[in-house]
Each structure stands twice: as structure tokens, then as C-alpha cells.
Design a protein around this ligand. Structure first.
Ligand SMILES: *[C@@H]1O[C@H](CO)[C@@H](O)[C@H](O)[C@H]1NC(C)=O
Ligand SMILES: *[C@@H]1O[C@H](CO)[C@@H](O)[C@H](O)[C@H]1NC(C)=O
Ligand SMILES: *[C@@H]1O[C@H](CO)[C@@H](O)[C@H](O)[C@H]1NC(C)=O
Ligand SMILES: *[C@@H]1O[C@H](CO)[C@@H](O)[C@H](O)[C@H]1NC(C)=O
Ligand SMILES: *[C@@H]1O[C@H](CO)[C@@H](O)[C@H](O)[C@H]1NC(C)=O
Length: 380
């Protein structure tokens, strides 16, 4: 009897000793979520970044948002995006967009609209700064480093002391990406003299920048990261249209997608995972998880019926103005001449390079649901 009791008594000390030696595990009960990225993640109509006189992004116009919000919200889909589903799994409000505006109620964190997080992502944002990509950035003042600076300003105004900031960030989840897709797309679409190998040479620059940003945020106090890889871009109607080929071996027969461009996305993902490994080894107290958007995207294309997708149209955009992939660059979704299909749920692609809400739900479900589903134990 006595030894048994002794062991029982001793167990908590063992456990405490273990956690102290290995640094406390990051919280699984997140009270806030912050996301960074481009149009795949953005959840608002840009106000501050448009140069006067330019039109808002096409995602700001109908029929965007028609399936869930019943009006455009700036999301580049017919409804919720992947980050929205992640917010819902965590039982957090859908994230308000934040572009660096002064916070009205900064002195009162409980009334602050960003206390449960914010979405820093901007349509057309690049991983690299515009001076690094030859001015190819799609929006002004919106690169990943700009988003990170805004995040720091926001957190510092919510939690002015270092101790408070670190305590808050311990319960925050950072969704860093997808980012980099725009850097590659601009390099290969905008400038026809750019060779494939020149675009490929951007991959290590982009993935190293993402790694550097993670380390910068760790320094700032963040400890929970999810870092999504690239989508299978060879399946996007924009790529399928632009790089159409009469050579059948340019296409993957199981998906109908472009072999080279999916290889490119996979290459980005491989180098990104290497960066994540490097950071994990250096910072053992943080959690940096890779989110595999690519494989889920491919799975949907290999077995579309399983997800309620119609195979014959799985590589076409639901919303567009004609062409073999229903993508016409002169009349993109949201502009005059483009119309949406009647059944977006049966499509993977909503427009030239964004998924439908239905596809976003499949990806978020496969990648996040089990890992981030809110636990009843989290209720304080
Ligand atoms: C970029 O945005 C920041 C706010 O995040 C603002 O302070 C700065 O003036 C902007 N810069 C330009 C060139 O628009
Ligand atoms: C902050 O807002 C809460 C909720 O509205 C209110 O109860 C509290 O008094 C406010 N605190 C300050 C310092 O204004
Ligand atoms: C690009 O601009 C940023 C911020 O303005 C600066 O820190 C960086 O050194 C510049 N990079 C290059 C390659 O000029
Ligand atoms: C196009 O790419 C070439 C080679 O990378 C570069 O020298 C040129 O400046 C680029 N042109 C534009 C308009 O970006
Ligand atoms: C078709 O593409 C394959 C693989 O890219 C290449 O090896 C082959 O030479 C191409 N065929 C023609 C006729 O261009």
C-alpha cells in the first residue's frame, strides 16, 4: 500500500519536472487567431491600400459571397474561406480584417474588435517586398513584412507590456499563409521574357522569407504557428488557360492539371517544410505545423465524386466569362461579362484561382478539423 501511495504522490512531481525541463507545451486552447497571406486568406474589402482612382479588387463585387454572406465581403470565394472554417473550429468569431488603421478603443482591450484576432492578409500580397520582386507586387504596401509590422503595431497597442504580450500570444494561433503564390504568378504571367528557371529561383527566396518571418514572430512572443503550403496551382483555371498545351504529356491524366506547375508548387512546399524543420530544431518551445493544402487539393481532383464535385467541370471556374476553363482574363469574375454557375457546390474552383466555399470546407476539414477542433476542456 505505502509504496503505491508514494508513487501516486510522486507522479505530479515527475510530470512537473518533465515539463519544466522541456519548456511548457503550447496551449491548445486558443483565445485568438491571426492570419497572414494573399487573396486565398483575405477577409475584407481593402480600404487603405488602394491607390486613389484605382478600382477595388474584383473580389469586392457580386457574385462574390453569394453562397454564404449573400453579399461581397472581400473574400475571393462564393462563401467562407479556409481561415473562416478554422475560426469556426476554434469557436472564434470570423476574423475582422486589419490594415494598420488606428485602433479606436486601444486603451480598452475587452472592447477592442481585434481581441480575438485579426486577418492581416491582403488581396495580391506577396511574400517578398515590391523592391525585391522588380515592382511586381500586386498591391501597394501589402507584402508579408508590411503585414507583420501591422500585426506588431496591433498587438503592442492591445498589450503594451512585454509580459502581457507574451501571455496573450501564448494562447494565439498564427496562420501564416498561404503566401508566395502571387510572387510566382506575377513573375510567370506578367513578364513573358522570364524563363521558368528564373521563376524557380524565387522559391528559396520566398521560403526563406517565410522562415525569417516565423523567427521574427517567435522573437516577438508568438509560439503557435500553422504554415500552409502552396495550392496545386497547375489545377487553377488561370494557369490551365495561360499554359494550355497540345502536348498531352504536359497534363497529369489523373487530375487534368499541369504537371510542371504542380511540380513547382510541390517544390515550394518541399523547401518550406525544410525551413519549418530548421526552425523546429532551433526553437523547441514553439509549435510550428505545416498545413498540407496541396495534397487535399489533389485528392479532390483524383476522386471528385466523393466530394460532390462534378468531374466534367472540376477544372473549370464556376464564375467566369467562357473559354475551355471558363476563364477570360478580359472579364474576370466580379466584372461585367462574367457570370456564376448555378451550383458552386459541384465545383472545386470558384474563379480563375480561388476555390469555392465547398472546396475550402473540404481542405479546412482535412487539414485543420481534427487538430484544432475546440475542446470542451478549453472552456476556462
Ligand atoms: C503603409 O501602411 C502603413 C500602415 O500599416 C502606413 O503607416 C504607411 O504610411 C503606409 N505606407 C505607404 C507608402 O502607403
Ligand atoms: C472596458 O470595456 C468594458 C466593456 O464595455 C467596460 O466594462 C470597462 O469598464 C471598460 N474599461 C475601461 C477602462 O474603460
Ligand atoms: C526593400 O525595402 C525594404 C523596406 O523599405 C528595405 O528594408 C530593404 O532593404 C529593401 N530591399 C532591397 C533589395 O532593396
Ligand atoms: C522581365 O524579365 C527580365 C528577365 O528577368 C528582366 O530583365 C526585365 O526587367 C523584366 N521586365 C519587366 C517589365 O519586369
Ligand atoms: C511533350 O512533352 C514531353 C514532356 O515535357 C517532352 O518530353 C516531349 O518532347 C514533348 N513532345 C512534343 C511533341 O513536344
Amino acid at each position: 500500500m505505502a509504496p503505491f501511495v508514494a508513487i501516486l504522490l510522486f507522479l505530479p512531481f515527475l510530470a512537473a519536472g518533465f515539463t519544466a525541463a522541456a519548456a511548457p507545451p503550447p496551449s491548445k486552447c486558443y483565445t485568438s487567431l491571426f492570419s497572414f497571406g494573399d487573396s486565398a486568406t483575405a477577409t475584407g474589402i481593402q480600404k487603405t491600400d488602394n491607390t486613389p482612382g484605382t478600382t477595388a479588387p474584383h473580389c469586392a463585387f457580386p457574385p462574390y459571397g453569394e453562397s454564404f454572406f449573400h453579399k461581397p465581403t472581400g473574400r475571393c470565394s462564393d462563401g467562407r474561406t479556409i481561415v473562416d472554417f478554422l475560426s469556426q473550429y476554434l469557436r472564434l468569431p470570423l476574423l475582422p480584417p486589419y490594415w494598420g488603421e488606428t485602433i479606436p478603443a486601444a486603451a480598452n482591450a475587452t472592447k477592442n474588435p481585434y481581441s480575438h484576432g485579426a486577418n492581416l492578409a491582403v488581396v495580391s500580397a506577396t511574400a517578398l517586398d515590391s523592391n525585391e520582386t522588380g515592382g511586381a507586387s500586386g498591391c501597394r504596401n501589402c507584402s508579408l513584412s508590411v503585414q507583420i509590422n501591422r500585426f506588431k503595431t496591433l498587438i503592442n497597442s492591445l498589450h503594451p507590456t512585454s509580459a502581457k504580450r507574451r501571455a496573450y500570444l501564448k494562447k494565439s494561433l498564427i496562420l501564416l499563409g498561404e503566401i508566395g503564390g502571387v510572387d510566382y504568378q506575377r513573375a510567370s504571367f506578367r513578364n513573358t521574357t522570364t524563363s521558368q528557371s528564373q521563376v524557380e529561383s524565387l522559391i528559396p527566396l520566398v521560403t526563406k522569407r517565410i522562415g525569417a518571418v516565423i523567427e521574427d514572430l517567435i522573437e516577438f512572443g508568438a509560439v503557435n504557428f500553422v504554415v500552409p503550403g502552396d495550392f496545386p496551382k497547375g489545377c487553377f483555371p488561370s494557369y490551365l488557360t495561360k499554359f494550355q498545351s497540345s502536348n498531352q504529356s504536359d497534363y497529369d491524366p489523373t487530375t487534368g492539371c499541369l504537371v510542371y506547375h504542380n511540380w513547382f508548387s510541390a517544390r515550394h512546399n518541399k523547401l518550406l517544410k525544410k525551413e519549418i524543420e530548421r526552425i523546429r530544431k532551433l526553437h523547441r518551445h514553439v509549435s510550428v505545423r505545416y498545413a498540407d493544402y496541396f495534397s487535399t487539393g489533389i485528392r479532390m481532383h483524383r476522386n471528385p465524386e466523393k466530394y460532390g464535385i462534378v468531374k466534367a467541370t472540376m477544372n473549370k471556374a464556376c464564375c467566369g466569362a467562357g473559354g475551355p476553363y471558363n476563364y477570360n482574363p478580359a472579364a474576370v469574375c466580379g466584372r461585367v461579362g462574367a457570370v456564376a454557375c448555378g451550383n458552386p457546390k459541384a465545383y472545386i474552383k470558384w474563379d480563375d484561382h480561388h476555390y469555392t466555399e465547398a472546396a475550402n470546407r473540404v481542405i479546412a476539414g482535412a487539414v485543420f478539423k481534427r487538430r484544432f477542433q475546440y475542446r470542451t476542456a478549453c472552456r476556462n
